[in-house]
Design a protein around this ligand. Structure first.
Ligand code: PRP
Ligand code: ADE
Length: 257
């Protein structure tokens, strides 16, 4: 059975006999029905379920409901209490999945619909700030482009500086750069010389981890100049792509996986 162009889940793959995700689609691939998880310290995990259909109006208002998903499971834990944190399923429900973007077979996790919901956007930022506010982080490094949306409010709330990690030839000053591999070929990430100092403590922020190539390049770039990367933080993880494995022993915190 051809899995391209369908709402694909590991479960469906097993049913259909499909064993691998076509290499071409890995970078933008995600299963149709998400298992949402959050890991926070000193808390008790609970499990609940939520219906994505409840948020049809939001998605429709955001430009048309192309997401055919019906339900998802939410595993969540609270950073502040032992009770379940209902912010996570609310945030998860605002993320629209666009089928076949930017290529056939890819299920694009569209965080722009999260941004249309000020409460969900604020909740996402708050969850990160609650986790990091007492960890003496003085650098928030955000990865172009969507890391520039989540990184600055986190940095401002924590009193940290924001450092943009940009695609090649965008930064005007002297840069250091780090190559990283994509599915085909390589890309480069750049940071201004002097933006960070040896010994500083950084949080790396992006919207999503897929293969982990982008985040691992950001870690290398910061560590080359002596910065301690405390953790990487993303809104979404695509766990089937095993990006976490590419980060070595560097911790990764995600809201939705
Ligand atoms: O874990 P990886 O396989 O490296 O993929 C994750 C990266 O892919 C997306 O960015 P993209 O390169 O599409 O750039 P954009 O944010 O400018 O659209 C996403 O925002 C992450 O930065
Ligand atoms: N499935 C996906 N959705 C959105 N951004 C991505 N970056 C890599 N894979 C992605």
């Amino acid at each position: 059975m051809d899995i391209i162009g369908q709402a694909f889940t590991p479960h469906r793959a097993q049913l259909s006999g499909a064993k691998t995700v076509p290499e071409t689609y890995k970078r933008y691939f995600h299963r149709g029905i998400s298992v949402k998880t959050i890991e926070l310290p000193n808390s008790t995990s609970t499990t609940t379920t939520a219906r994505r259909a409840e948020h049809t109006n939001l998605a429709a208002a955001a430009g048309g409901e192309r997401d055919q998903l019906t339900s998802f499971e939410v595993h969540m834990a609270s950073s502040t209490t032992d009770a379940a944190d209902d912010r996570i399923p609310r945030i998860a429900s605002t993320i629209r999945v666009i089928q076949d973007f930017p290529k056939p077979g890819i299920q694009f996790q569209d965080i722009t619909t999260l941004l249309l919901d000020p409460r969900a956007f604020k909740d996402a930022i708050d969850l990160f700030v609650e986790r990091y506010k007492d960890q003496n982080i003085n650098v928030v490094a955000g990865i172009e482009a969507r890391g520039f949306i989540f990184g600055p409010p986190i940095a401002l709330a924590m009193g940290a500086k924001f450092v943009p990690m940009r695609k090649p030839k965008k930064l005007p000053g002297e840069v250091i750069s780090e190559e990283y591999s994509l599915e085909y070929g390589t890309d480069k990430m750049e940071m201004h010389v002097g933006a960070v100092q040896s010994g500083e403590r950084a949080l790396v922020v992006d919207d999503l981890i897929a293969t982990g190539g982008t985040l691992s390049a950001a870690i290398r770039l910061l560590e080359r100049v002596g910065v301690h990367v405390v953790e990487c933080a993303c809104v979404i993880e695509l766990p089937e792509l095993k990006g976490r494995d590419r980060l070595g022993d560097k911790p990764l915190f995600v809201l939705i996986s």
